[in-house]
Structure formats: structure tokens, C-alpha cells
Design a protein around this ligand. Structure first.
Ligand code: DGI
Ligand code: FE
Ligand code: FE
Ligand code: FE
Length: 189
């Protein structure tokens, strides 16, 4: 799929604000690909497409999890956690994207996981630090990325902050989110 086509399908699928977020994630991901020697095309495409299924029907998402034999633990969660894995399946099946680098980055952009590829880490981080994000720790994360150039530490700090935030509101933590935390805690030095 080329960039123009990706922009077109996302523009027609998502509300304007979510489309604009997707474009900013793609732009941020390209910048990170330049810094960390990633693949700019893969990062741009994954950034544009990562939230494609954000507002899909939850019942359809569950059907896809079952049909595709995705992690059954996903069935205990809602759209917030499912939209990435479901978007990766739709991009593969409905749009013929075969590039695993792109599909993995889309699939794991919310939870992260252990042993992420460079492309996955870039999308995970870009989603959190794109210029319009305003979480209270986001400037600390931007400094870790842009000044210290420490991508693994950024992944760790993002996952830690996400889990803290979820615990405060008594949300259930997805096991892969915890595996991501533990792995990047170990490798961040
Ligand atoms: O789609 P975005 O808003 O751009 O961002 P995202 O896909 O990274 O995150 C969507 C939401 O998912 C975010 O509000 C936090 C939530 N989330 C992340 N990890 C977990 C989670 N929710 C639950 N319940 N459990 C998790 O482990
Ligand atoms: Fe539209
Ligand atoms: Fe998302
Ligand atoms: Fe996003």
C-alpha cells in the first residue's frame, strides 16, 4: 500500500481528530526512524494505520480474535486494547499488507510486548509523544527520546506510567503490558 492510499482509507474511516492524531504519529515515527535508523516507509505507514479500528464494533472485534486465534486473553478487554490487533488483521486480509514489520507495529501499539522490533518500539513511543499529547509526564519522555536518545528507557517509562494510570482507576492490566514493563525494566540500562 502506498502512503496516499493509507491516508485516504484512514481519512474516510476515522473522525477528523483521530485522523489528525494518526498523521502526527506517522510524522513523529518518521522522525524517530531517522534518529534510530529505522525504516521510514514502514514507520510512516504503520503510524497512519495504527488506530484504523479504534471505533469498530466490539462484537466484531471479538469474532476476529476467535477466528484468527489471537491471544484469548484479549476477550477480557475492550476496544482500547483490541483495536491494534484487529487493525493488523484487517490490513492483512482486506488491504493485502504482507509486511510483518508494519503489521506487528500496528498490532502491538497499545500494550507493547517483550522483545519488540525497532519498528514496534518507534510506533509505541510515537503514539505517546506525538506533538499534541499532553500527559503530565510526556515532556520527560520526549527528553528521554530526543535528548538522551534512549528508546528502550522511553518504552519502559511509558509502560510504567500507563500501568500506574490504569491501576488508579482499577482497570485490569493485560498480561502483555506487564511483560513489556518487566522486559524493558531489565534491558533499559
Ligand atoms: O489509541 P490511542 O488513544 O492513540 O492510544 P493507545 O492505543 O496506546 O491506548 C488506548 C488505551 O488503552 C489507553 O487509554 C490505555 C489503554 N491500555 C493500555 N494498556 C492497557 C490498557 N487498558 C487496559 N485495560 N489494560 C491494559 O493493559
Ligand atoms: Fe470521514
Ligand atoms: Fe491506539
Ligand atoms: Fe494512537
Amino acid at each position: 500500500m502506498d502512503i496516499e492510499k493509507a491516508l485516504e482509507i484512514v481519512r474516510h474511516k476515522l473522525p477528523k481528530k483521530r485522523f489528525e492524531h494518526s498523521v502526527r504519529v506517522a510524522e513523529t515515527a518518521v522522525k524517530l526512524a531517522e534518529m534510530f535508523n529505522g525504516d521510514k516507509y514502514n514507520c510512516e505507514l504503520a503510524g497512519i494505520l495504527h488506530d484504523y479500528c479504534k471505533y469498530d464494533e466490539l462484537s466484531e472485534m471479538y469474532q476476529i480474535v476467535i477466528r484468527e486465534k489471537l491471544d484469548p486473553a484479549l476477550l477480557g478487554f475492550n476496544k482500547e486494547l483490541l483495536h491494534g490487533p484487529v487493525a493488523a488483521i484487517k490490513m492483512r486480509d482486506d488491504y493485502g499488507i504482507k509486511n510483518d514489520e508494519i503489521l506487528l507495529a500496528i498490532s502491538n501499539h497499545t500494550s507493547g510486548r517483550d522483545h519488540m522490533t525497532l519498528n514496534e518500539k518507534i510506533i509505541y513511543v510515537a503514539d505517546y509523544i506525538e506533538p499534541e499529547r499532553d500527559q503530565k509526564n510526556v515532556d520527560d519522555i520526549r527528553k528521554i527520546v530526543y535528548e538522551d536518545k534512549h528508546l528502550d528507557l522511553a518504552v519502559y517509562e511509558i509502560t510504567k506510567a500507563t500501568i500506574k494510570h490504569l491501576l488508579k482507576s482499577d482497570k485490569t492490566i493485560y498480561p502483555r503490558t506487564i511483560e513489556c514493563l518487566n522486559y524493558y525494566n531489565m534491558v533499559k540500562e
